[in-house]
Design a protein around this ligand. Structure first.
Ligand code: AP5
Length: 216
């Protein structure tokens, strides 16, 4: 049976790190709205130019831009299972996702909620470094590259994201608590919510996640 997942959690809870690992292991499409927006900015597309100001402040990008990205990814991009990483992020997006999946005759298997305290989020994000080309994630203490400042996967430079500065991280957290956290209730009511203790090591979180998926 097709595995279709949404990953919900505060910024820095490890959604992207785990999505990459789980997508590889279970052969799922990894669909990160954050990465898609950064691609749009890099390509200079009109939606990227509009999104950039919101992202730099740590605010949510307008739903119209996000829903178009998701619609394209799920309609054109995927025939197998998928992980939606960082989407939905508010109730409007969750309702629109349900409508889209109904149209495509697909269903969500689970919504996985990554539990991490706010202080840990701040430590992770202010220490995060990302590859400027393939977006692989590292951390200055917890997840170092083999060679300082260089991506293990593609050899490109590692940089700090603009929105990983502490003041912006704190705004992203506030936005998360106000707009995204209520989705826990939305998916709990549907009976498809799974919790993951995302404050343990990357390997432990991955093992927990795998067993949640295998148990079904
Ligand atoms: P996006 O890029 O999605 O950022 P985010 O959700 O804030 O998520 P992050 O990538 O910061 O965190 P993550 O949970 O993926 O953690 P990661 O694995 O990277 O979005 C950016 C912006 O785009 C938003 O602010 C918004 O403006 C816009 N946007 C995106 N989607 C949108 C939507 N649907 N609607 C509206 N706007 C949208 O890990 C973080 C760090 O911690 C890394 O260094 C990693 O190595 C480390 N780490 C991971 N796991 C562990 C662990 N278990 N232990 C120790 N360290 C760990």
């Amino acid at each position: 049976m097709e595995v279709n997942l949404v990953f919900i959690g505060p910024p820095g809870s490890g959604k992207g790190t785990q999505a990459k690992m789980i997508a590889k292991k279970f052969r799922l499409m990894h669909c990160s709205t954050g990465d898609m927006l950064r691609d749009a900015i890099r390509n200079g597309s009109p939606s990227g130019i509009e999104a950039k100001a919101y992202m730099d402040r740590g605010d949510l990008v307008p739903d119209s831009i996000i829903l178009k990205l998701i619609n394209d990814a799920l309609t054109i991009g995927s025939s197998g299972g998928f992980i939606l990483d960082g989407f939905p992020r508010n109730e409007t997006q969750a309702v629109e996702l349900d409508k889209l999946l109904q149209k495509l005759k697909r269903t969500l298997s689970f919504a996985v909620y990554f539990l991490v305290p706010d202080d840990e989020v701040v430590a992770r994000l202010t220490g995060r470094r990302v590859c400027c080309k393939c977006y692989a994630n590292y951390h200055v203490s917890y997840s170092k590259p083999r060679k300082d400042g260089i991506c293990d996967h593609c050899g490109s430079e590692l940089i700090q994201r603009e929105d990983d500065k502490e003041v912006t991280v704190r705004n992203r957290l506030a936005v998360y608590h106000k707009a995204t956290k209520p989705l826990i209730g939305y998916y709990k009511d549907k009976g498809i919510l799974k919790y993951i203790d995302a404050s343990s090591s990357i390997g432990d979180v991955s093992r927990d996640l795998e067993s949640v998926i295998k148990r079904g």
